[in-house]
Design a protein around this ligand. Structure first.
Ligand code: ZN
Length: 422
């Protein structure tokens, strides 16, 4: 979980939509939600909130002593600032909490393990300290004007349940003290076991880390496409931006980046389904080109050309194609296929409408390749009906530009490239 901390505020970036599971996995997360669900006058608002949180409508969550805040987007994208207030512990209560935790050192160890044993909460309650909120303790404040919990404040509570699950110190911060302050108090009050509150070590033993690598869980499945690009985290917190950072520009860039990433992913997945080269699992021959495009040294290039059954010159041409258009460009370079049926009719129409009668070059066709008579220029048609400019260089046809829907534009690129060989 990414987070940005300062003394008394932690801001958690927006979480991805929650898929098919409850929001609270831990007993304390569930207790937190129960305080919301039991107190809300309108069960429909609680349900709306759960739906919004599940859909990823809650922006970055700011957690401060006594208050959590987020911008929540309605279905129609209207943004609302939602706050939920929770009473802070007094200094006297904090002192008692620290005393209690020192007496039961297991409590501190559990907290550092991001666990909150029921005994800890019971012991705290016995000392007159309510850590978890009870019914009615979560006080809503929303700019939509609702006087009770609305969908926005409820959504915020659901999102915070996910944060609490991961780190019970979030609850302690809401109650008034950041993790660092709690640990410092434990240390200065003296009798806490040193190992329980010792600062985390700077690094880990290399042999241990290597051994742990064997037991890491497998990588998660690649992400699905969802309904559209995700919503970048809201930057609307009360912490001021550092100098030189303009939040509105940054938000715009983030949303454009998300949209572009979504488009690229959709394209890659679609291409993969068509069995073309830019899919998630390239063939060995394609992958050799991808690797060669990373500018390895000469010995690696030799291995890649041997391993993929290409000469060094053929591999160099393949790398050129790869850089111009990935797997699609590579297949245009290395494969030849008959253009038939509808594709042939579309190609003919494109060639006919591309030039005025008196400017049309004389083209000799073979399979999906059209070569200009008397010039080292060629057009190659890909399976999506796009035209790729090629030139003959040192006895070999090589791609010299990206694809275009218009054959005249593509051929102009071939003619503009340098290194004519007639
Ligand atoms: Zn609201």
């Amino acid at each position: 979980m990414t987070r940005y901390d300062n003394e008394a505020e932690r801001t958690f970036v927006a979480l991805p939509p929650a898929q098919g599971r409850g929001f609270a996995q831990t007993w304390w997360g569930r207790a937190w939600l129960k305080a919301l669900e039991d107190a809300a006058m309108d069960a429909a608002q609680v349900k709306t909130g759960r739906r919004l949180a599940r859909a990823g409508a809650v922006g970055a969550v700011s957690v401060r002593p006594g208050r959590i805040t987020a911008v929540v987007h309605d279905r129609d994208r209207t943004a609302h600032r939602a706050d939920v207030l929770l009473e802070r512990l007094s200094d006297a209560q904090w002192d008692r909490f620290v005393d209690m935790a020192i007496e039961r050192s297991g409590h501190v160890a559990a907290l550092l393990d991001r666990d909150m044993p029921p005994h800890l909460v019971e012991d705290a309650a016995a000392a007159g300290i309510d850590l978890l909120p009870g019914m009615g303790d979560l006080e809503p404040e929303c700019d939509c004007g609702a006087w009770d919990h609305c969908g926005h404040t409820a959504a915020l509570c659901y999102q915070v349940a996910r944060l609490l699950d991961q780190d019970p110190f979030v609850l302690l911060l809401m109650r008034g003290r950041a993790e660092g302050a709690v640990l410092e108090a434990l240390q200065t009050q003296g009798s806490a076991p040193a190992e329980a509150v010792a600062p985390r070590p700077e690094g880990v033993d290399a042999a241990e880390a290597y051994a742990a690598g064997q037991v890491l869980p497998p990588l998660p499945a690649p992400p699905g496409l969802g309904d559209g690009p995700g919503v970048p985290p809201s930057l609307d917190t009360e912490a001021a931006a550092p100098p030189g950072v303009e939040p509105s520009c940054l938000s715009f860039l983030a949303s454009r980046t998300a949209a572009e990433a979504h488009r690229l992913l959709a394209e890659a997945l679609r291409a993969g389904h068509d069995g073309r080269a830019v899919g998630p699992e390239p063939t060995v021959a394609q992958d050799a080109v991808r690797l060669a495009a990373g500018d390895p040294g000469p010995d690696v290039l030799d291995r890649l050309s041997d391993g993929s059954g290409r000469t060094r010159e053929a591999l160099a041409a393949a790398v050129r194609a790869w850089r111009l258009g990935g797997g699609a460009a590579l297949s245009v370079l290395e494969e030849e296929w008959a253009v038939e049926g509808d594709a042939a009719a579309r190609a003919r129409a494109a060639l006919e409408s591309a030039w005025e009668e008196d400017e049309r070059p004389s083209l000799r066709a073979r399979a999906n390749r059209w070569t200009v008579v008397g010039a080292p220029h060629q057009l190659r048609l890909d399976r999506e009906g796009r035209w790729w400019p090629y030139r003959r260089e040192h006895g070999r046809w090589v791609p010299v530009g990206g694809a275009d829907q218009d054959p005249a534009t593509a051929l102009a690129a071939a003619a503009l490239a340098t290194g004519d060989e007639t």
